[in-house]
Design a binder for this molecule. Structure first.
Ligand code: HEC
Length: 224
């Protein structure tokens, strides 16, 4: 990949500085993980692909999307909240019901795993619970990842590193604005490489209990 071009493109897409993007691109190209094969080297769980991903994936590997049914049948995996900036708002992540259990059992996302990250804008107001309480307003973007442990669409620019990658925005919700996952997604997900490109620390369901002993928030709270 042309790193300079990809860095500018990526910085523009991601709304971050070219310097930060250049650092990420250096990680990607500079030997940090130079020998990564396109297919995920981790074992494929014995059972077949999880159901449900087909509604996002057409026969040729292009993505299909309908915001009305995007999270139907999925469970809430967890949320990030971004207080300000281009990505501001709630980042709610959904997956199939069997995924948290499979991750806890096998340490991998099963083939066919869907991850839908719905970004919703937010408003802030005072409530009886406290001041500056944030609540979600309208969904405005959906990031979609579909686990592909079998290399289904090896030459497709939206498939690689073990996943299919897509992005839909509310102004034209059936149009995938991602065109090349390496340019549009991978640089920002590099810090999560060791957990299969997914920011798993935000998803308590993957840890198997609501508040594990190692939870830093609980430790901080218990010291008060
Ligand atoms: C600006 C950097 C950035 C870009 C660009 C980016 N992501 Fe992410 N993505 C993140 C971060 C950081 C998280 C977790 C924290 C959050 O949502 O704020 C995340 C979370 C996700 C999640 C939820 C699962 C997880 O990894 O925790 C999905 C799905 C996702 N991204 C898909 C994509 C796809 C598909 C693309 C490309 C079309 C993309 N992302 C581009 C930074 C980025």
């Amino acid at each position: 990949m042309d790193v300079a071009r990809s860095t500018r493109h990526f910085a523009k897409r991601a709304g971050i500085s070219v310097g930060l993007a250049a650092g990420m691109a250096a990680l990607l190209s500079g030997g940090f993980f130079p020998d990564m094969a396109d297919a995920d080297p981790r074992p494929v769980p014995a059972e077949g692909a999880l159901d449900g991903f087909e509604r996002f994936v057409e026969a040729d590997g292009d993505f299909a999307f309908d915001p009305a049914t995007a999270t139907r049948g999925l469970v809430h995996l967890g949320s990030y909240f971004v207080p300000m900036g281009d990505a501001a708002g709630f980042h709610h992540v959904y997956t199939q019901p069997g995924v948290p259990e499979a991750w806890r059992r096998d340490g991998v996302f099963p083939d066919g795993t869907i991850l839908v990250k719905e970004i919703a804008t937010h408003r802030v107001a005072d409530y009886t619970t406290g001041r500056n309480v944030a609540s979600a307003t309208a969904p405005r973007q959906w990031f979609v990842m579909v686990k592909d442990a079998r290399g289904r669409f090896a030459s497709h620019p939206l498939w690689g590193r073990g996943w299919g990658w897509a992005l839909f925005k509310s102004d034209a919700p059936t149009h995938n604005v991602a065109t090349d996952f390496e340019l549009d997604c991978l640089g920002c997900h590099a810090p999560a490489l060791s957990s299969d490109w997914v920011y798993v620390e935000g998803y308590p369901a993957l840890r198997g209990s609501a508040l594990p002993a190692s939870d830093p928030d609980r430790e901080a709270a218990s010291q008060k």
